[in-house]
Every structure is written in structure tokens, then in C-alpha cells.
Design a protein around this ligand. Structure first.
Ligand code: C5P
Length: 199
């Protein structure tokens, strides 16, 4: 297995930004595994059965423009609770990690299920209020209130944490980075230092 960095955590905690920065810094490939579930959820909304939607995902499905909305996030977390959907996506994620010289995968179950032997495991988190504020600013949709975004994140985190199949939780050997009081540079710095130390 190539050098692998697993970055898990709840929505809008900073995983994506940290993952992209770590991948760029070390020349690693990056897979945003949430996109696999978002694309599967979008195909189910189009009328496909969940397992078929997951089994036949193509690169073009991951580039759809409608995957970043709150509705796409909720649809993703509904299909992500289905064990057969999760099982259908395992091989792609593991082979992504194996076929690159170094890889960063971010998601909810990378350190616990997909890459339990990852060289570095981070669990990136932040308070609900901070995460909601970040996501609200990022969405910049005048139709969305901060409260609605907070409720949306909480509902998704609840579903992700309470499901039986690969629930959101830190791996026993993950380092927790709480970004509530950190700016992005400090969070990237902390993650980079941990990866450097493991190489
Ligand atoms: O990370 P992102 O917010 O794009 O993930 C969307 C949804 O996909 C999550 O709320 C979660 O239900 C699901 N997911 C998952 N396991 C992963 C990545 C995402 O269950 N490894």
C-alpha cells in the first residue's frame, strides 16, 4: 500500500481544504470520497436504484454541477447509510489509495474502514456553530439562513454518526484536530507537521 493519509470528520470542519493543501504540499493524489456518495445520491434522485447508481458511477457523474447543494448533501447521507451502497464503493477507494505513490482520502470512514492501515489518520472537527457559519458563508445563498444551514449540518451529522454501517467516528489511532479556533493556515500547518513526521 502506498503512503496514505486518512482525513475524516463531520461536514464543514475543514477536511477538504486541509486535504487539498496536504496533497499539494507532498505531491499526493487526493480523493474527496464524499463526492462518490453525493453523485450516487444525485443519480438516485434521477430515478436509479441506489445500488445500481453506486455500482455504475462514471467520472462524469463526479463532475456534475449540482453536487454541492445542501439537498445533495442530504441525499448523499441517505444513500451512505445503505450497507450495499457503501460496499459497492470500497474497491474504488482502496485501489485509489494503492495505485498512487501517495494519497490523501477524505471522508467519514477512511481511517476506520477504507484504509485502517493508513500511515497518518486525522479527525478534523469544529464546533457546530463554527462549521455552520463556514458553510453558510461558502454557500453564499441569500435564500439560506444561518439557522437553516446549522439544522442541515446537524441532521446530516446525526444520520452519519448513528447509522450502523461505518458510522462517523474517529479511529482509535487518529489525531484529532479541532479547527474551531484555528484559521486555515494553522490547521494546514498542524496537518502538514503530522504528515512530515510520519514520512
Ligand atoms: O464530505 P461530504 O459532505 O461531501 O459528504 C457527503 C455525505 O456523504 C456525508 O454526509 C456522508 O453521509 C457521506 N460520506 C460517507 N462516507 C464517506 C464520505 C462521505 O458516508 N467516506
Amino acid at each position: 500500500m502506498a503512503f496514505t493519509v486518512a482525513i475524516d470528520g463531520p461536514a464543514a470542519a475543514g477536511k477538504g481544504t486541509i486535504s487539498r493543501a496536504v496533497a499539494a504540499r507532498f505531491g499526493f493524489a487526493h480523493l474527496d470520497t464524499g463526492l462518490l456518495y453525493r453523485a450516487t445520491g444525485a443519480r438516485v434522485a434521477d430515478g436509479l436504484a441506489p445500488l445500481v447508481a453506486a455500482q455504475s458511477l462514471s467520472p462524469a457523474d463526479l463532475e456534475r454541477g449540482d453536487l454541492r447543494t445542501p439537498e445533495a448533501g442530504q441525499a448523499a447521507s441517505r444513500v451512505a447509510a445503505m450497507p450495499d451502497v457503501r460496499a459497492a464503493l470500497v474497491t474504488f477507494q482502496r485501489s485509489f489509495a494503492a495505485r498512487h505513490g501517495g494519497a490523501v482520502l477524505d471522508g467519514r470512514d477512511i481511517g476506520t474502514v477504507i484504509c485502517p492501515d493508513a500511515d497518518v489518520k486525522l479527525f478534523v472537527t469544529a464546533s457546530d456553530a463554527v462549521r455552520a457559519h463556514r458553510r453558510w458563508t461558502e454557500l453564499a445563498d441569500p435564500a439560506l439562513t444561518l439557522d437553516a444551514v446549522l439544522e442541515d449540518l446537524r441532521a446530516r451529522d446525526r444520520r452519519d454518526s448513528e447509522r450502523a454501517a461505518a458510522p462517523l467516528r474517529p479511529a482509535d489511532d487518529a489525531v484529532v484536530i479541532d479547527t474551531s479556533e484555528m484559521d486555515i493556515d494553522a490547521a494546514v500547518e498542524a496537518a502538514t507537521a503530522l504528515v512530515s513526521a510520519a514520512r
